[in-house]
Design a protein around this ligand. Structure first.
Ligand code: FMN
Length: 330
C-alpha cells in the first residue's frame, strides 16, 4: 500500500538542458525519470544535427532514464524522431500536447491540438503500429475549455500509450489560476492508461493530499517545485539528508556554473542561464527577493561568484511556501 511514488522531473525549455540534467542527477536523489525540453522542427529522413545529438547524448543520468520529448503535429516527423531516439538507445518518447504559448498553439501544436481530437486520432493512427518506443503523452485539460479532454479520452483509450501526464490547467491559462482537480479526477477515472499528475506540487504533503483525493495515483511529475527545492524528491521518498542541504546546494550551483562555463563560449550566455535558474532556486532561501537582487545585477564571472558567496554566507535555507491549492501540511 505504501509503495514509493514514481517522481518525474518536468521539462523546462532553456533550463533542464543536458548539462542541467547531468549535474542535477549527480547531486540529488529521488527522481525516477528526467525529461528533455521539447524537440521541434525535425527534418524527416535526415540525421539529427550536431546540437540536437549533443542534447540527446545520454540516455541515463546517474542511472535515471532520460525521456526525449517531441512537439509536432506531423506523424512522419514524430516517427522519424522516434527512430532516431531508438537508434541512440532511448526507451520512451513523450509527445508534447501541453505547450500553451500562443505562437505554438495557433499552429495546432502543443495544447493547440487539444480541441481537435480527430487530428490527434489520425496522428496516433499513423504512428502507433510503427512506433519503436514506448510512447507517452503530456497534455492539459484543453486549450480553451477544460471539457476538451472529455473528447480526447476515448481517442487516447484506443491506443497503447505508456502513460498520460496531465497538467490540469487549460492552455489559455498558461500558468495562472489553480489546477482544476475536479476535472483531473474525471479524466483520471476515465483513462485506461497509467495517469501521471503534474501541477503545483511543492511539498511532500501535497502528494499525500493527491493520493487521498485520487486513490490509486502514484506517479507525479514535478517541475517548479523541484527547480525551487532540488531536495523535494528525496524529501518525498524519506531519503535522509542529514542536515547537509546547504553544502550540497552550494556544490550543485557551483558544479552547474562550471559545467556551463565549460560548455558555453560567452560569459553572458552562462550568466543568463544561471540567472534563469536562480529565479526558481531563490525560493529555497529566506528572503528570496534579496537573494535574486544579488544575483540579477551580476555582469561578470567575478561578480557572479562573489554574489553566490554572499547568498550562501548571508541567507539560510527556508521552507518552500505551499502553492495554495493544497492544504499547507498534513
Ligand atoms: C519556462 C518554462 C518552460 C517549459 N518547457 C516545457 C517543455 O519544453 N515541455 C513541456 O512539456 N513542458 C514545459 N513546461 C511545463 C512544465 O514542464 C510543467 O508542466 C509546468 O511547469 C507545470 O508543472 P509544475 O507546476 O510542477 O511546475 C515549461 C514551463 C515553463 C514555465
Amino acid at each position: 500500500m505504501n509503495e514509493q511514488p514514481s517522481l518525474y522531473f518536468a521539462p523546462f525549455q532553456g533550463i533542464t538542458t543536458k548539462a542541467f540534467r547531468e549535474v542535477y542527477a549527480r547531486h540529488f536523489f529521488g527522481t525516477d525519470k528526467l525529461y528533455t525540453p521539447y524537440f521541434a522542427n525535425i527534418a524527416v529522413d535526415y540525421p539529427l544535427p550536431p546540437l540536437k545529438l549533443k542534447a540527446l547524448r545520454e540516455q541515463f543520468e546517474n542511472g535515471i532514464p532520460v525521456i526525449p520529448q517531441i512537439l509536432s503535429k506531423s506523424a512522419p516527423e514524430i516517427l522519424w524522431f522516434a527512430q532516431c531516439c531508438a537508434g541512440l538507445g532511448f526507451d520512451e518518447l513523450n509527445w508534447n500536447l501541453g505547450c500553451p504559448y500562443p505562437q505554438v498553439a495557433r499552429k495546432k501544436r502543443g495544447s493547440g491540438l487539444l480541441p481537435h481530437p480527430e487530428m490527434v486520432g489520425e496522428i496516433l493512427d499513423q504512428l502507433m503500429n510503427r512506433m519503436p518506443l514506448r510512447f507517452s503523452v503530456k497534455c492539459r485539460l484543453g486549450y480553451g475549455d477544460a471539457g476538451e479532454i472529455q473528447n480526447l479520452i476515448p481517442v487516447f483509450n484506443r491506443y497503447p500509450l505508456s502513460e498520460i501526464i496531465i497538467h490540469p490547467r487549460i492552455g489559455k491559462q498558461l500558468y495562472s489560476g489553480s489546477p482544476d482537480l475536479r476535472a483531473f479526477g474525471e479524466a483520471f477515472t476515465a483513462l485506461q492508461h497509467p495517469v501521471v499528475y503534474n501541477g503545483d506540487v511543492t511539498l511532500p504533503a501535497n502528494l499525500q493530499y493527491l493520493k487521498s483525493e485520487f486513490p490509486g495515483i502514484n506517479r507525479f511529475m514535478i517541475g517548479r517545485g523541484l527547480l525551487a527545492d532540488p531536495f523535494l524528491a528525496a524529501r518525498i521518498k524519506g531519503i535522509a539528508l542529514n542536515g547537509e542541504e546547504t553544502g550540497i546546494l552550494k556544490k550543485f550551483t557551483d558544479d552547474l556554473y562550471y559545467t556551463y562555463r565549460n560548455d558555453k563560449k560567452e560569459s553572458h550566455t552562462v550568466l543568463n542561464a544561471m540567472k534563469e535558474y536562480w529565479k526558481y532556486l531563490i525560493l529555497s532561501f529566506d528572503d528570496p527577493q534579496s537573494v535574486f537582487r544579488k544575483i540579477r545585477k551580476t555582469a561578470s564571472y567575478n561578480e557572479y561568484e562573489e554574489a553566490v558567496k554572499r547568498v550562501f554566507d548571508e541567507h539560510a535555507l527556508a521552507e518552500i511556501n505551499p502553492s495554495g491549492i493544497f492544504p499547507a501540511d498534513g
